[in-house]
Design a protein around this ligand. Structure first.
Ligand code: NAD
Length: 476
């Protein structure tokens, strides 16, 4: 594909190839899109040195200049929306329409944080005559960041935006399956005039890169979006050098559907949202707990809409759902369905790989799934919905909270008493009522429990990238 960029590392302001490379595949066709160079230890050493130098320049760059450069890069990304979207669809598989929206969302993350760069206010603390006490914010230092493959452009955007707006330098290891999204971002910053070394991009063997970078004394923050298991590994590594972490991990979002709601609207929006990005979204609505009085009609409408999802190559017009993004998801999803059915769940639609080319999985609905099924505890990260009836709101809240995750949660109701009980009772970082939206650049995004800690976005979004310094001045 002509719009797919050449794949290289970016270290100290230079694009670099290495002797070892691996293919990047189109998940809809399994065709090779390009060869991705893998970083050696010497490349990582160079990236670290470059980031340390870049940090010394960037921390002293006035916030307004930082903000201007970030805004310029975001404008370049917006202008290249179509080219970037085509690359994302080629390497990830999502429908082009969704890829176009992702590019805009990525640009918005930069725009929000660029404005926040101007608002890193400190605090003056009332004190005795002759004494002045204030709290100053300083960029934390070099950030080692790891971004996943489900949103090839907007996931790297969040981490780069937070780091650069705060005055930090960053070494990003983006996902090896979907490198082009991050490469397009780096190109935009190169053209926008970002000083060399402030933003570095590497790919390779994930464990080798994290095991080299995280213990380095000059790395002062580890930021990951990924699975809970990898989050624990990186957090343990960071603990060896007392390095703080920002962790956006898995989710297993509950949707509580109350008896007063518009059943058709809830079922249709749930089925459409579930299949977005082939379900590979950490906030994807997955466990639907539906009041028993409306369960049958909800399940019928949901299943009909899910089964009607237009599945195909994301580049083709009218496609609503592409393949899963890599060859790892189909076997995992197949096992989860087989396990649930073996334990008594009803397979309402889907449940298997579709075709024999590309990593397509059918839109799948499981009903009346017993609590013992693995899928009730394991995030599917794929196009599978679970529909279970509940007797009342207490049962629904208990079921919602019955997983180790706590990222997003949803509800459909207009009853004030129900809303009040759920806001207090559902253990998640993001709770949405009568909508399945969970995140905007201006809202703080993150989880509780095993879904991670720290927030990206909102006025809280730069906190992890900043340290606070309490400054005393005495004139006596
Ligand atoms: P994975 O956990 O192996 O990888 C997730 C990401 O972490 C990848 O981009 C990978 O490159 C990186 N990674 C893996 N091991 C690493 C290491 N030792 N050091 C540094 N980075 C490392 O899983 P996967 O098969 O790619 O994805 C499956 C699971 O990941 C899903 O079930 C889901 O829970 C989770 N995931 C979550 C998100 C999210 O947005 N929170 C995104 C993608 C994947």
């Amino acid at each position: 594909m002509s719009t797919y960029p050449e794949l290289k590392l970016f270290i100290g302001g230079e694009w670099r190839k290495t002797p070892e490379d691996l293919p990047v595949l189109n998940p809809a066709t399994e065709e090779e899109l390009g060869r991705l160079p893998h970083a050696r230890v010497s490349d990582l050493e160079d990236a670290l040195g470059a980031a340390q130098d870049g940090f010394e320049i960037w921390r002293k760059t006035p916030p307004r200049t930082r903000s201007d450069i970030i805004l310029k890069a975001a404008a370049i990304m917006r202008a290249r929306q179509e080219e970037i979207a085509q690359s994302i669809t080629a390497e990830h598989g999502k429908p082009l329409k969704q890829a176009r929206l992702e590019v805009i969302r990525g640009a918005e993350f930069f725009e929000w944080d660029a404005a926040e760069a101007m608002r890193v206010y400190g605090r003056v603390i009332p004190s005795a005559p002759g004494t002045k006490i204030a709290v100053h914010h300083h960029p934390i230092g070099v950030v080692a960041a790891f971004s996943p493959w489900n949103f090839p452009m907007s996931q790297p955007a969040r981490k780069i935006a937070g780091a650069l707006a705060s005055g930090c330098a960053i070494i990003l290891k983006a996902a090896e399956e979907t490198p082009a999204g991050a490469i397009h971002i780096v190109r935009a910053f190169e053209e926008a005039g970002l000083p060399k070394g402030v933003l570095n991009l590497v790919f390779g063997t994930p464990s080798e890169i994290s095991e080299y970078l995280i213990p380095q004394p000059s790395v002062r923050l580890v930021a990951l979006t990924g699975s809970t298991i990898v989050g624990r590994q990186l957090t343990a590594l960071a603990a060896q050098s007392d390095t703080p972490v920002l962790m956006e991990l898995g989710g297993h979002a509950p949707v509580i559907v109350c008896e007063d709601t518009d059943v058709k609207r809830a079922a249709l929006s749930g089925a459409v949202r579930k299949m977005r990005n082939a379900g590979q979204v950490c906030t994807s609505p997955t466990r639907f707990f539906v009041h028993e009085s409306i369960y049958d009609s909800f399940a019928d409408t949901f299943t009909e809409r899910a089964a009607a999802t237009v599945v195909g190559n994301g580049i083709d017009d009218g496609v609503e759902m592409g393949p899963t993004a890599n060859d790892r998801r189909v076997p995992v999803l197949t096992d989860l369905v087989e396990d649930a059915v073996a334990k008594g769940a009803e397979l309402r639609t889907g449940g298997a790989r579709r075709g024999n080319k590309g990593y397509f999985f059918e839109p799948t609905v499981l009903a009346n799934v017993p609590d013992t099924a693995q899928i009730m505890q394991t995030e599917p990260f794929g196009p599978i919905a679970v529909l279970n009836p509940v007797r009342d709101l207490d049962e629904a809240i208990a079921k919602a909270n019955s997983v180790p995750y706590g990222l997003a949660g949803y509800a459909f109701t207009n009853r004030a008493d129900y809303i009040d009980r759920m806001i207090d009772g559902v253990e998640v970082g993001n709770f949405s009522i009568n909508t399945l939206e969970a995140s905007l650049p201006e809202t703080p995004f993150g989880g509780v429990k095993s879904s991670g800690y720290g927030r990206e976005g909102g006025t809280e979004g730069l906190e992890s990238y900043l340290t606070k310094r309490n400054v005393w001045y005495s004139s006596e």
